[in-house]
Unconditional design. Sequence first.
Length: 272
Amino acid sequence: MSSTTDHGRPGAVAGPAAEHPAQSARALSHAERCRTLAERARAATLCTIARDPAGYPYGSLVTVAVDAHGRPLLLLSALAEHTGNLKARTEASLLLAEPAEGRADPLALGRMTLVGPCRPLEGAEAAAARTRFLAAHPRASYYVDFTDFSFYRLDPVSIRYVGGFGRMSWVEAAEYAAAEPDPLAPDAARILEHMNSDHADAVLAYAKALAGIKDATGASMTSVDRYGFELDVITPAGPKAARLAFRAPVTTTDEVRKAMVALVREARGRSA
C-alpha cells in the first residue's frame, strides 16, 4: 500500500504548498522515483540474515544492475559471507541511494529499500542477467566467468521509499514493476548545473512569477523530471519549496530546453 507521511515542522501553520498553488504541480509517483533510482544505481547495501552470530542483519556492499522489471541483479562470490547467508535463508533487503552529486546532507538524498527473497539464477535467466549486469559493469567481465561467481536476483515483495525530508511511502511491488524510469535522469545533473549557473535570472523569475513567491531573493533548481522541476527559494522569511510543471511531459534535453524557454517567456510576461 502506498501512503505518504510528512514530518511535522516546528511552528508550521501553513506551509509553502498552501501558500503557493504551484506546489501541487504533477510530479513523478513514488513508484516512478523508485524505478528511476534503480536504473541509475550501480552499488547498494545488501542485508542478509547472518548465520554467525545467528539472526542478526548483516550488511555488505555489492554492485548491482536491474532487469527490465526493476528487479536487482547481483553477481556474488560463493566465498562471500552474504552468499553463505543467502544459501541458508533467502530473505534479504537491498538499500539503494541517489548519488550525492555535491549535496551536503546525505539525508536529503532519495533512497529505497527493496525487501524480498534473493535467489541464484540458472540457465536462460542467468544468461540474461549476465548481459544486463555487464552492460552496467563492464569491468566485471574480468571475473564474471570465475567458477565461484553466480548471478542472484532479488524479487521485491515491497519497497520502502524515502525521497528526503517529509517524502516517504511504502510502494507496492506490482506498482513498482509497472512504473517507467524517468527518461531525463541521465541528464538531470547537467540540466540543473546549466540552469543554476547560466540562467539564474530565469530560475528566480520562475519562483517569483510562476510559483507566486513574490519576495524571493534567490532560487535554485533542485530537481527536474519529465513532468516539471522543483525549486529551493530564498526569502526574507526563510527557505521555501516550489514545484512547477511543464506544459506537457518531456523526454529529451531539447524538449526540456524548449519548455524552459516557454516558461521564461510566461514568467517575464506576467512580470511586465
